[in-house]
Design a protein around this ligand. Structure first.
Ligand code: HEM
Length: 455
């Protein structure tokens, strides 16, 4: 007879779990997985939660029975801030739901991530890298560190605004500042249950309110500028306006547009975080750095990369994949169950909050040899680094996986190929560069790094 199992229970109190999450999420989670295994349950106040970190479990939630595992929506623990920021993520059909695209034939967004489009983005991205590095010269000469985290975040945001949205004439620095204020608050509010949000200091509340008001006006002004324009499917904004043109009124249209547009703004963070990790990793792996540099010198001979050269940079490609495994920018995703279910024989009740731990999935000892070692070569002959497609999930998986993965990989290749031909990056003394952050991960103490010009 089929016997249903109940996963082991982490009995730590909600407060202890929250405290550990704030303090050192990665060490705590590693210990819990060590103690309880690939699937375990715990309580966050009154909410039943499951932690999963096995590729089979990932596949079950993201693909096999994905209809039962939706993104957390209003009322779910700790999602209030994100939902206030961009609405119920289950409604973001045009940007995210690939099944919707297939069914409706309304595939307006995917062409923006195609190979053909990227040929056009490639030189624009390389140029913005060169513009950025020109500003570093004073710091380099003085041996002063450069704020690499901020520079990489700006580069990621700019790439999206300029290439995918065709937005060039606006006050980027103001936009970046306000967006950063809002994102910092999503991070803080995201780990607090909503009834504790009142605990936050008043500057946090001010940042949240003023930043969101700015973003609201920013989006409204874009819509007003574009709305009467001939739709040429030139950029994603035109496509989203077209997609929502049948909304019952302008307010509704703005709300729909706003949600999808704001989701794209988050992606600048994942782009920046991945670059920050990549540069911090190189600083501690000199033999990998030498190999990356030798390949760049051989293939590009001092030139900026062009689209056709990207695929010939095979070692750099392996390095980027391994960096996305080792310090994945989106280490944790959540889902809510609509009905009772079973994951590998374990009972999962309705309305359970599932924590998909991609960081630990990328370190599962049954699928990765020496998971704590940084080895780009593991991707040499295997696109996923090993044999199970769901053991490598930097872009998540299934029909709701990241739509910008290809853009992200190309973006990283162009940026790193341009930067690393000219510069080396060194962590400050004592910086550990271990990952920190729950929703988006950055290397600890690696925001500022020393940049050395290659001789
Ligand atoms: C290379 C860096 C990136 C990483 C590591 C990354 C990773 C992810 C992950 C893990 C998800 C979650 C999917 C899920 O819920 O199962 C996601 C969603 C998404 N990504 Fe990316 N992404 C990156 C870059 C981008 C870029 C450049 C874009 C587009 C400009 C993009 C657009 C999206 C969108 C629209 C979603 C859906 C969000 C949602 O509905 O929750 N991503 N991404």
């Amino acid at each position: 007879m089929h016997k249903i199992k109940i996963p082991p229970k982490n009995t730590d109190s909600s407060l202890k779990i929250l405290k550990a999450t704030f303090k050192d999420h990665y060490t705590y989670e590693g210990q819990m997985i060590q103690k309880y295994g690939d699937i375990y349950r715990f309580k966050l106040f009154n909410k039943t939660c499951y932690s999963i970190s096995h590729p089979d479990h990932m596949k079950h939630v993201l693909l096999d029975n994905m209809q039962n595992y939706i993104r957390p929506r209003e009322g779910s623990f700790s999602q209030k801030a994100f939902i206030e920021y961009c609405g119920n993520p289950n409604n973001l059909r045009h940007t995210t739901d690939q099944q919707y695209w297939k069914k409706s034939g309304d595939a307006v967004i995917p062409p923006f991530f195609s190979k053909e489009r990227f040929q056009g983005y490639c030189s624009a991205i390389a140029e913005s890298v060169l513009k950025m590095t020109a500003k570093w010269e004073t710091n380099i000469k003085a041996g002063e560190p450069v704020n690499i985290k901020e520079e990489m975040l700006k580069l990621g945001s700019r790439a999206i605004m300029e290439n995918l949205f065709d937005l060039k004439d606006f006050d980027f620095d103001r936009f970046y500042m306000e967006k950063t204020r809002v994102f910092a608050q999503i991070g803080k509010r995201g780990v607090l249950p909503s009834f504790l949000h009142w605990l936050l200091p008043s500057q946090d509340k001010k940042d949240w309110q003023e930043g969101n008001t700015y973003l609201h006006h920013f989006t409204e002004s874009i819509i007003n500028q574009r709305i009467g324009r001939q739709n040429t499917h030139k950029d994603i904004i035109c496509c989203l306006i077209e997609a929502f043109k049948d909304a019952p009124n302008k307010e509704q249209m703005l709300a729909n547009f706003n949600s999808e547009f704001r989701m794209y703004l988050v992606t600048g963070e994942t782009l920046g975080a991945g670059l920050n990790h990549a540069l911090a990793i190189l600083s501690g792996h000199s033999s990998v750095e030498d190999k990356v540099h030798d390949e760049l010198a051989r293939v590009l001979k001092g030139n900026i990369p062009e689209y056709d050269s990207l695929n010939t940079l095979s070692y750099l490609g392996c390095f980027i994949k391994e960096a996305l495994r080792f310090c994945t920018p989106a280490p944790l995703l959540t889902r809510i169950t609509l009905k009772d279910d079973e994951i590998s024989g374990y009972h999962v009740p309705k309305d359970t909050l599932i924590f998909l731990r991609h960081y630990w999935n990328h370190r599962h000892p049954d699928f990765w040899d020496n998971p704590e070692r940084f080895i780009p070569e593991r991707f040499k002959d295997k696109p996923w680094g090993q044999d199970h497609e769901y053991a490598y999930t930097p872009f998540s998986g299934g029909p709701r996986a990241c739509i910008g993965g290809r853009f992200g990989m190309h973006f990283y290749t162009v940026v790193l190929a341009t930067l690393l031909q000219k510069y080396r990056f060194k962590l400050l003394p004592g910086a550990s560069a271990v990952p920190e952050g729950v929703a988006i991960s950055f290397p600890k103490d690696a925001d500022r790094m020393i940049v050395l010009r290659r001789g």
